[in-house]
Structure formats: C-alpha cells, structure tokens
Design a protein around this ligand. Structure first.
Ligand code: PLP
Length: 411
C-alpha cells in the first residue's frame, strides 16, 4: 500500500507466481507449451494488451525506451506486451536469441529483404518460392536497384555457386518449398559464409525443423499457417541473433508491418498445441500419400515422407516429422483436377494451410490461374496438380474422402 495515493500495489499484481523455466527443456513440443510466459502473472492463457501506448515514468526513460528494440511498453508499433510474449515464445522454440513478429508472413519476408538489402546489393534466391516472395524479388527488388539471381534450390552447391563475393548480401531459401515440397539442404545453406542466409520454414514449424540449428542466420515463418494453426491469426515472425533482429527492428518500425496484439495472442494460443497438431497432420498425410500413390488415377505424389520423394534421405536428416502438406498429379489433367475439388465432401476448397480443416486447391484453376501452360510448367504445376493441407479430422475420414474424390475425378 502506498500511503499517498491509497493504491494497493500488492492487489494490483496479485499473481506473480513464476512459470516453469523453459531453459531446462529442449524438445520443441515441450517448449511450445512452456515458452513465452515471462510477461504477465500466473495466468495460463495469453493476455491481450490492445493498448497502443503506455505511461512513461520520465522523459529520460522515454528516450531510452524509444530506442530499445526489446522494449514492449512504450508504443505498440515498436513493441507490445502480447506481441512480446509471442516473440519470446518463438525465440525459445527456434533456439534463437530474439524474434520479431510481423503483421503477416509477407511483412516478415519484405522486412528481411528490404531491411537488409540496399541499391547495388545482390540476392541469391531459389526458384521454388511462395508466390508473394517470388514477386517481391522479381518485380520490386529491381525497382530499388537490388539484383536477384534465381537458382534451383534442390541442386547441390547451387546457392554457393551464385554468390558474388563482396556483393551478395542475402541468400534466401524456402524449405519445404511451394508448391511441390522441394527441400533445401540446410547444412549446406548454413555453411555459406559471407552473405546472410535466411530460410522461410513456414511448411516446417520448429517441431519439425529448426533452421538456426544448421547455422542459418534467420528463420522466417508465416505464422498465419501451421504455427498459429487455427486460421484466426494473420501473423509473421523472424528469428535470429539479438543483433540481427535489432537491426531488422530499425527498418520494421518504419515499415509499420507490426503484429497486431490480437493476432499475437491467437498465435501464442495456437503454439501450445503445435506438437500434437503436427503429429496428427503428419500421420494422416503419410497415410494419404501412400494410399494415393497406389491409385490408378494418380500419376505421382509429392510428400517428403515417401521413399519416392527425390530428397527423401535429406528429409529424414532435417525433418522430425514430414508435415501435413502434399501435392499430387491426376493422370487426366485439368478436367480431372476440377472434378476432384468438386467431388470432395469433407475437405474444403480454400487457400492457406496448417489449420484444423483439410484444404484442397487445384492450382491451375485457382492460385496460378493467370499462368500460361509454359509458366505453369516452370512453376512445377501440372494441369492436374492438387495441393492438400491435411487437417485435424480423423485420418480414416480424410483418406476416404480424398480417395472417393480421386475415384470420381478419374473414373
Ligand atoms: C503464406 C506464406 C507466406 C506469406 O504469409 P502471409 O501470412 O500470407 O503473408 C510466405 N511464405 C510461405 C511459404 C507461405 O506459405
């Protein structure tokens, strides 16, 4: 009790009971449950701090706060307690010193690329990339005088060979990559010296792969997908050394793509179940991939957990589980693809991935509808390519639904 105001400080903070220390544990599934609990009190669920601004004790304190990348109680575009709890959880999960959350995966991708590179710099990126990242590198970077070389990310040594010593600022990779689940060898990527290395690991959250363990400098995620996992948070995150994250922060506060506290709260809530969700999705995806491989109407199935995946050995080395994403080609092409998505009953037709609902997309008539047959081919998309994001429904039902649709599409 403070005598002058009558304000009872003990009553204002009645719940300062320490959370378990995540530092004593190393399995990402355990960290996903324990991490990000330093901010707040004894509550188990994340707290929402919608406040855009916070009282400052003195002008001197305000000046310090304004310049501190780790400050979460100054102004929400710079930092926010709910967002900081999500960031702290992600840093612990990724084995990183620090993380910065963004308003979307593209917020994270654009901050890494435009925050680190200047006119005259050179980027090496792989050809197999999320379409937004691809457009940013191909159409926006040249406007700012940033040169980009695209390489085949599955070819050994390709990234290193394209590095221009003294000019290449960034090597940007994605694994597993859109849309055909191609993999990048993270050990090889982590061994590149000179430029910074960044990996978009959206398809492989930390329970599956932790890029920083391989010496990569920055790990990126669209947490809109599997990390958040419930289709209710548009969110991105970048993790790495405290120094690199602080330097990105300098651009991020000007870019203005800061994560909203509500999305960070949903993202943190989603993280708690990351391990079991990925286990269920991976188990169902493996069954589905094997069953579809035997279907006469299916030409080929791409899934890192299949022995037929050209990089299955690499997948076994760098993925704890093989994830919920798979792609397959129907033998009879475009019409069969359309018939397939029209025939599913349990699966839903929608973009995005990593949520509770099984989603299917026929790329050639939706996400990539504007491309010519040649462009589709270059993007690794066939006329009958279907992408599946396996959800949390029972595996028996998911497999039965998609098999039934494959029967109807190719009968
Ligand atoms: C979805 C996605 C993004 C972009 O994330 P948003 O949250 O939609 O901005 C980036 N990379 C990959 C691999 C994605 O799947």
């Amino acid at each position: 009790m403070s005598a002058d105001t009558g304000w009872d400080e003990a009553a204002a903070a009645p719940n300062a009971v320490a959370a378990p220390d995540p530092a004593g544990f190393s399995h990402p599934d355990t960290l996903a449950v324990l991490a990000g609990r330093r901010i707040g009190g004894a509550e188990l669920a994340p707290s929402l701090y919608p406040s855009t601004t916070f009282r400052i004790a003195s002008l001197e304190e305000g000046r310090r706060m304004a310049l501190d990348p780790a400050e979460s109680h100054y102004y929400t575009r710079n930092g926010n307690p709910t967002v900081a709890a999500f960031e702290e959880a992600m840093a612990e999960l990724e084995g990183a010193e620090a993380s910065r959350a963004f308003a979307s995966g593209m917020g994270a991708v654009s901050c890494v690329i435009l925050g680190l590179c200047s006119a005259g710099d050179h980027i090496v990126a792989q050809r197999q990339l999320y379409s937004g990242t691809q457009f940013l590198l191909q159409a926006v970077c040249p406007r700012f005088g940033i040169d980009v070389t695209f390489v085949d990310g599955t070819e050994p040594g390709a990234f290193q060979a394209a590095v221009r010593p003294g000019r290449t600022m960034l090597v940007f990779a994605e694994t597993p990559a859109n849309p055909r689940l191609d993999l990048v060898d993270l050990e090889e990527l982590g061994a590149i010296s000179g430029p910074l290395t960044a990996v978009d690991a959206t398809f492989a959250p930390p329970s599956i792969t932790r890029p920083l363990d391989y010496g990569v400098d920055l790990s990126l995620h669209s947490a809109t997908k599997g990390l958040g996992g419930h289709n209710d948070a548009t969110l991105g995150v970048v993790s790495g050394s405290a120094e690199l994250i602080a330097s990105l922060w300098g651009f991020a506060i000007l870019q203005g793509a800061n994560a909203a506290p509500f999305d960070a709260m949903n993202g943190l809530r989603g993280l708690r179940t990351l391990g079991v969700r990925l286990e269920r999705q991976s188990a169902t995806a493996q069954r589905l991939a094997e069953t579809l491989s035997d279907h006469p109407g299916v030409e080929s199935v791409r899934y890192p957990g299949l022995a037929s995946h050209p990089q299955h050995e690499l997948a076994k080395r760098q993925m704890r589980m093989f994830g919920g994403l798979l792609a397959f080609d129907l033998v009879s092409g475009h019409e069969a693809g359309e018939r397939f998505v029209e025939a599913v009953k349990l699966a839903q037709i929608a973009t995005s991935l990593g949520g509770p609902e099984t989603l299917v997309t026929h790329s050639a008539s939706t996400t990539h509808a504007g491309l010519t047959p040649d462009e589709l081919d270059a993007a690794g998309i066939g006329p009958g390519t279907i992408r599946v994001s396996v959800g949390l429904e029972h595996g028996d039902d998911v497999v039965a639904d998609l098999l039934h649709a494959a029967d109807k599409a190719t009968a």
